[in-house]
Structures are given as structure tokens and as C-alpha cells.
Design a protein around this ligand. Structure first.
Ligand SMILES: NC(=O)c1ccc[n+]([C@@H]2O[C@H](COP(=O)([O-])OP(=O)(O)OC[C@H]3O[C@@H](n4cnc5c(N)ncnc54)[C@H](O)[C@@H]3O)[C@@H](O)[C@H]2O)c1
Length: 381
């Protein structure tokens, strides 16, 4: 790649539209990148809101139709920040036009659609990545380093939860901005594709592939008014999901997610227990990694709470001084930095579309198991 900068065209100016714009802007202030991103164009359907978004975040130009954005010769990267049902169409069109693609998670509505996306993106030979940003919380990246160093030894258990409480009211409609998550036609699934997909991506990264799952799901509120029609319609997403899993390395796992855990806003936690050591992490305290090492001298043994803010912790040398922590938005900055490094070096930053397809296969197996009450084997990429 001989270019020194790449022009980004973003689609969608909602929650992720803001986190990504922030990342594209900030990354050059903190990372010495071989290739820098340029906030060239933003796309959204509401002209006034789009204009305000462009002005606030510094996008140079605006388009109200993503197809026009993709046709533009001056755009190198299409960044997809739209609801799940539009990822495939936009990504495939972008790849066919020779654009690099950064796509929000989950990759697709299901594994079958994900396969088509992987086929098209690989046929086009363009750089691609999916925004499973929790891999790039420094404490989580540090956990990966500790596991890869073999510090935990054989892994016995993996435990993950992602708990929220924002859909408990039966008056909340389905469909529309933000609430598209409650509409299966736009979201594909409920907490499985929205929240557990994050937990699964991290788990596959930290602990390898999952062989089989046994799941249960529930939809607590059966009907909600749809924003588009004003009519009460059946709710077809899973409000809650819990599943057991067997990893191919022999470890056992439990995963749980719900939007009905009163008091929890975004409680993503994970714990891994190995023969020598255990680690635990909590999104509400995201700059800390809990670590217990059985090899410590007996009378000193205990859980260490590591403040992951030192210069030799992942990504932290790029930020402030040791002891000063960073937060959620920085994970997206890290992802942009790694993507740009990957494009320059020719080694793609993970997770690629192909990596993210593995998560879709786990989600498919979970939803199938919940339907038929049987253990399901997970298809592998
Ligand atoms: N990585 C993460 O942690 C994370 C967090 C939240 C959401 N997400 C993912 O990001 C995606 C977007 O979620 P969000 O929370 O930003 O949603 P949102 O509702 O806040 O924003 C969606 C945006 O897409 C726009 N949009 C919808 N259809 C469009 C079209 N045809 N053309 C142009 N714009 C269109 C909407 O107008 C809106 O600006 C989803 O796939 C979601 O799963 C990821």
C-alpha cells in the first residue's frame, strides 16, 4: 500500500457513527500510523441530522444514499454503522466496488448470509474487519497475552455474562432508531446477536473454538407496538439467552445475556479458570484485570487487581502516563490503529469477516438449540 492516507466513507450517524468518527479523528493524535484515515464523507438518510453530524465530527462531505457513497472514486474505505439487516448489502456492494470494508458487529443476520459476505469480500481481495471492539480493551488484550504465554495452563472453565435492563417496560416500541434491536427483521436476533456475539467473539479469541452448545432463550414481552406501523406486533427476538458450551480444548463454559437484569446497564464480565491461574474482567471497571496465580507463595496468594495503565500494558504507552486510565471509546481508536497498521503491513487486523463468521456459527447453533431443546454442534469456518 503506497498511499499515506485513506479516505473513509461512513454509513450511519447513530451510536456507532459517533464512536467511529471519534476514533478516526483521535487516532492520529496518539498513534504514529503508516497510513492515516481521512474523514471524507458521511452517509445518512435524514439530511438535517446528517449535516449536523458532519459539522460536529468533521466529515468533509455528505451523501444521503449509501450507493452514491460507494460509487465515489475518492472513497477508499466504507465503514458500516447501520442496523444489522443492512450490513450484507452494503458490504457486498462496497467490496464489489473495490473498497475496503470495516463493518459493525454482528457481521450478518445469520451464518448463511455471513458466508456470502466472506465469499464476496475475499473474491474482491479487499481489506476487511468487524468491530468487535472489546478485544482491544487493554485489560482484555492483556488477558490474551497472559493466556498465550501459558500462564493459566490447561483451561477448565470460561464464564461470560452481558447484562442490561433497558427493555423491561412493555411500553417500549420495537423498530426505529436504537429500538430496531427489538425488531427481529432488522436485528436478526435479540441478545444473542447483539450482546452474546461480543462475549462469543472474545471467548473464541481467548480460548479457541466452541464445539457444541445447549441453550435456552425467552421473550418476556410477547407483543410491542411497531414504530413503523403503530400496530402491536409479535416480538420475535430473544430477550434473554443462557447457554452451556464445550470448547474444543476441553473446557466448559456458561454464557448468559439479558436485557431484563434490573440494575445492570452494560455488565459484561468474563472469568477464565486454568490449572495454574485464573483471570476475571468486568466492563464496569474495564481498566482492571483480576489475576490469581496459584504459584504465588501460599501465604501471599490472593486475587491481584492489576491497574492496566502502565507503559508495558497493551496500547497504554500511546496514551497518558502510568496510572491514568482510558475508557470505552479508546477501544475503537485502537481498532482503527490496528486496521491501518494491517493495511500497511499486508497482515490484516483481526477479526476479519472470516473470523467474525465463526461467531455467527456459534449464534446460529445457540438459537437452534434454544428452539429444538437439543445440544447443537457448531459449524466451523
Ligand atoms: N461494537 C459495539 O460495541 C457496538 C455497539 C452498538 C452497536 N453496534 C452495532 O452497530 C450497528 C449500528 O448500531 P447503533 O447502535 O449505532 O444504531 P443506531 O440506531 O444508533 O444508528 C444506526 C444508524 O444507521 C442509520 N441507517 C439505518 N439504515 C440506513 C440506510 N439504509 N442508509 C443510511 N443510514 C442508515 C440510522 O439512520 C442511524 O444513523 C449495529 O449493527 C449494532 O449491532 C456495535
Amino acid at each position: 500500500m503506497s498511499k499515506k492516507s485513506l479516505n473513509v466513507g461512513i454509513v450511519g450517524y447513530g451510536f456507532m457513527g459517533r464512536t467511529h468518527a471519534n476514533a478516526f479523528r483521535k487516532v492520529v493524535n496518539f498513534f504514529d500510523l503508516p497510513i492515516t484515515p481521512v474523514l471524507k464523507a458521511a452517509c445518512g438518510r435524514d439530511e438535517a441530522k446528517l449535516k449536523a453530524y458532519c459539522e460536529r465530527w468533521g466529515w468533509e462531505t455528505a451523501e444521503t444514499d449509501w450507493r452514491k457513497l460507494i460509487e465515489r472514486k475518492d472513497i477508499d474505505i466504507i465503514d458500516i454503522c447501520t442496523p444489522n439487516d443492512s450490513h450484507a448489502e452494503i458490504a457486498i456492494a462496497a467490496a464489489r466496488a473495490g473498497k475496503m470494508v470495516m463493518c459493525e458487529k454482528p457481521l450478518s443476520m445469520d451464518g448463511l448470509q455471513g458466508e456470502e459476505m466472506v465469499r464476496e469480500i475475499e473474491k474482491a481481495g479487499v481489506a476487511n474487519m468487524v468491530w468487535y471492539n472489546y478485544r482491544r480493551v487493554p485489560a482484555v488484550t492483556f488477558a490474551k497475552q497472559l493466556i498465550d504465554e501459558g500462564r493459566l495452563g490447561r483451561i477448565f472453565h470460561y464464564r461470560a455474562k452481558f447484562l442490561q435492563d433497558w427493555t423491561i417496560s412493555a411500553d417500549l416500541p420495537q423498530g426505529g432508531a436504537g429500538l430496531w434491536r427489538l425488531d427481529a427483521a432488522a436485528a436478526g436476533s435479540g441478545v444473542t446477536g447483539d450482546l452474546l456475539a461480543h462475549c462469543i467473539d472474545t471467548a473464541l479469541w481467548l480460548n479457541g473454538t466452541i464445539g457444541s452448545v445447549s441453550a435456552m432463550t425467552e421473550t418476556f414481552i410477547k407483543e410491542r407496538t411497531h414504530s413503523a406501523t403503530g400496530q402491536k406486533q409479535e416480538v420475535k427476538i430473544d430477550d434473554a439467552c443462557a447457554f452451556l458450551a464445550r470448547f474444543d480444548n476441553g473446557s466448559l463454559a456458561t454464557f448468559e445475556s439479558t436485557r431484563y437484569a434490573r440494575g445492570h446497564k452494560a455488565l459484561y464480565t468474563l472469568e477464565i479458570n486454568g490449572e495454574n491461574a485464573s483471570i476475571a474482567w468486568d466492563l464496569h471497571d474495564l481498566h482492571r484485570l483480576q489475576y490469581f496465580d496459584h504459584r504465588d507463595r501460599g501465604n501471599l496468594r490472593g486475587w491481584r487487581s492489576i491497574h492496566v495503565t502502565d507503559g508495558d500494558h497493551p496500547y497504554m504507552s500511546k496514551w497518558w502516563v502510568p496510572g491514568l486510565q482510558i475508557g470505552y471509546e479508546h477501544t475503537f481508536v485502537h481498532q482503527v490503529a490496528d486496521f491501518m497498521e494491517g493495511v500497511a503491513s499486508g497482515t490484516p487486523a483481526a477479526p476479519t469477516f472470516r473470523d467474525a463468521l465463526e461467531t455467527q456459527y456459534v449464534c446460529d447453533a445457540v438459537l437452534n438449540s434454544a428452539k429444538n431443546g437439543q445440544w447443537q454442534s457448531v459449524k466451523h469456518v
